[in-house]
Design a protein around this ligand. Structure first.
Ligand code: FAD
Length: 281
């Protein structure tokens, strides 16, 4: 199929892009196009106007400070994955990005686009939520910061308004002595995950985020739960659904297996050998 007709603008400045969005309620931002273009081609989206942000200056940056990693709206997945400082300050970024699609898609798709697209099967929304990150958005009314916890409302639904452009995502740094891990099961490497899990252990705190399990990225606090009971404890708070790709029972089994696997790996990274959990590993 071919997309329904639409108008196309490629502004050269952010104010110009924001004005174009403000002037058309049925407009869509075009970033890497790796999700939007298929949706247009299948006519699952039919915007009147596409505002292509690829000509906007200054948005393709990855900035690393002691606080964390700031990813601009035009930084491609591949840019973030290859960024050694980003990997050092927050290793979960590269761990998860290695599972995002294939190299050709990572070369074009943006990390910020992936977040605001709000696909519960995507890796970066879960990473942002688990780390307690945020997204900065701009409109003609000004700039605001949306915490990850307030960003994901439902399947492919974020709390961005139609006239807002996400300009930057912020991923907090890994605290000293903390550990992270990521793993997922997909039919083929690069496919969307049947289930994925990311763990963050920091002292006594153990939190695990799941993708492809609920309608939105979901983080479960498993602090104080013995390692061999964590999968079951997580399932008490999740409701894996069945679909054409996997039954609910299979997804539940993947939650059990992946929970233990990522928490163990995060402990290994944190170097907590000798902690109270050691006997359970
Ligand atoms: C074959 C294939 C396999 C894939 N596998 C995976 C996978 O395993 N994991 C995964 O996470 N992703 C996967 N993707 C999707 C890929 O990661 C996309 O790059 C990503 O989801 C969207 O980023 P984009 O820059 O291409 O956004 P676009 O496609 O340009 O836009 C997607 C949506 O976000 C909006 N948007 C984008 N940027 C902004 C912005 N700055 N401000 C406001 N709104 C914005 C658009 O309006 C649109 O609604 C796959 C894609 C393909 C084609």
């Amino acid at each position: 199929m071919k997309p329904a007709p639409f108008a196309y603008r490629r502004p050269g400045s952010l104010p110009e892009a924001l004005a174009a969005l403000a002037g058309e309620a049925n407009a869509k931002v075009l970033a890497g196009g790796q999700s939007l273009v298929p949706l247009l081609s299948m006519r699952l989206a039919a915007p009147a106007l596409l505002v292509d942000i690829n000509g906007l200056p200054g948005l393709d940056t990855v900035t690393v400070t002691g606080d964390g990693v700031r990813v601009g709206a035009l930084a491609r997945h591949a840019d973030v994955l290859a960024h050694q400082e980003a990997r050092r300050v927050q290793p979960l970024l590269a761990m998860a990005l290695g599972h995002v699609a294939h190299a050709t898609i990572r070369n074009r798709g943006t990390t910020v686009g992936s977040i605001v697209h709000a696909d519960a099967a995507a890796e970066m929304p879960v990473v942002l939520t688990l780390l307690g990150g945020s997204v900065d958005v701009e409109s003609t009314a000004g700039r605001r910061t949306i915490a990850a916890n307030d960003l994901f409302l439902g399947p492919l639904e974020s709390s961005l308004r139609h006239d807002e452009i996400a300009v930057e995502a912020f991923f907090p740094a890994l605290p000293p002595g903390a550990g992270v891990a990521f793993d997922e099961i997909a039919r083929r490497h690069g496919d969307y995950a049947l289930v994925g899990a990311a763990a963050l252990v920091d002292g006594d705190s153990v939190r695990v985020g799941y993708l492809s399990v609920s309608d939105v990225p979901t983080v479960v606090d498993l602090s104080g739960v013995p390692l061999d009971e964590m999968g079951e404890a997580a399932l008490d708070r999740l409701e894996p659904a069945g679909d054409i790709h996997a039954t609910a029972a299979y997804r539940a089994q993947l939650v059990r297996v992946l929970t233990a696997r990522v928490v163990r790996a995060a402990y290994d990274m944190a170097g907590t050998a000798g902690s109270t959990h050691e006997g359970e590993r």
